[in-house]
Ligand binder design. Structure first.
Ligand code: UDP
Ligand code: MG
Length: 334
């Protein structure tokens, strides 16, 4: 259990992507939360390249309230990188990752803070029940968490998203990851420390629509598995061996029929089918291998993972500061 440091300040790290419908309610709920909590609560919103009025609304609605920081990315870099940027900016004793759409209830955030004060370093939310999506979606998410457990070499809790609290020392440890495509919940599980879950019923979005589509969900799932395990590659090797082993038996069988029984095997259709089947399987695993290669390529290029366009601090005397990333870029250009 942690004995070091004080436990009086907490940041809420909130990624935003076209969330104008929900922002007024979000800020209202956050203010109510801040009033009922004894801790000093700061808010870090990361605008992941919204094309709507999200950023303007945040600035307008937090004018005169202290404690809000709005960081704007230069374009959409994705949810996981927005969360990562927010975590890196948090200077408080702990930080909580939460969605903008109030699907991660603030009361549960309060419970996380209480657990942290008991001495835990990471407190994650477990979705006991979901009211937010279709049966198909929540079923496939459940399947994914079990599949991930099987495929990856890290002990990640089942049915937990990114909604979680990190203590100061886990935040400092998280900063050491420089992965191009971070899978936030997996990386946090990887860190170790004392982790504990709190169960909650996940409500639907307060407003607006989901910013994840099926494609980006599948991408997230693959990122998760690929960044924590080479098992898909090992399975490809195993499957390849099994298939070639079986084909030797097949050959023996064919020769026996031809020379012992004396008839030739008919069945062009079945041959074509087998040809297509294995052709497809080879392409599939070539794709699997390729996506690992692509990840390696991404890491080797070592590009900046996100670019911050600008940063706003709310409060009576509002500052507008250019980000370090942007000024660094400007100074290197003539
Ligand atoms: N989000 C983001 N960048 C993206 C997509 C989503 O920052 O490219 C944010 C979004 O604004 C929200 C959170 O990530 O605060 C989770 O997204 P969403 O609620 O759409 O996902 P779902 O809850 O449906 O899985
Ligand atoms: Mg959501």
């Amino acid at each position: 259990m942690s004995h070091s440091g004080s436990k009086s300040s907490v940041s809420l790290v909130i990624p935003l992507f076209n969330e104008e419908e929900v922002i007024p309610l979000l800020i209202q709920e956050i203010e109510a939360f801040r009033n009922r909590r004894p801790e000093n609560i700061q808010i870090i919103m990361v605008d992941d390249g919204s094309t709507d009025r999200s950023a303007r609304l945040v600035r307008e609605l937090t004018e005169g309230i202290s404690g809000y920081t709005l960081v704007r990315f230069s374009r959409n870099f994705g949810h996981q990188l927005a969360v990562t940027a927010g975590l890196e900016l948090a200077h408080t004793d702990a930080a909580i990752i939460m969605d903008a759409d109030l699907q991660d209830p603030l009361d549960v955030a309060g419970q996380m803070i209480d657990k942290w004060k008991e001495g835990f370093d990471v407190v994650y939310g477990i979705r006991k029940k979901r009211k937010d999506t279709s049966i198909l979606h929540s079923w496939s998410a459940r399947m994914f968490y079990r599949f991930f457990k099987r495929f990856s070499d890290v002990e990640a809790p089942l049915d937990a998203g990114d909604f979680r609290l990190l203590s100061r020392r886990t935040l400092d440890a998280y900063r050491k990851f420089g992965e191009q495509q971070p899978y936030v919940r997996g990386l946090i599980a990887w860190l170790g420390f004392n982790q504990v879950g709190v169960e909650y019923v996940r409500p639907g979005r307060a407003a607006g629509t989901s910013k994840y589509n099926w494609r980006s969900l599948i991408q997230l799932a693959f990122d998760g598995i690929a960044s924590f395990s080479g098992k898909p590659l090992r399975y490809a090797v195993r499957l390849g061996l099994i298939v070639s082993g079986l084909s030797i038996f097949g050959l023996v069988w064919v020769l026996l029929i031809k020379y012992v029984v004396g008839t030739t095997v008919s069945g062009w259709a079945s041959l074509i089918f087998v040809g297509f089947f294995f052709g497809g399987l080879q392409l599939f695993f070539l794709g699997v291998v390729g996506s690992y290669v692509a990840r390696v390529y991404d890491e080797v290029k070592a590009r900046p993972r996100f670019i911050v366009k600008d940063t706003f601090h709310s409060g009576p005397e509002r500052e507008h500061s250019k980000s370090e990333a942007v000024s660094a870029i400007e100074t290197t250009q003539p």
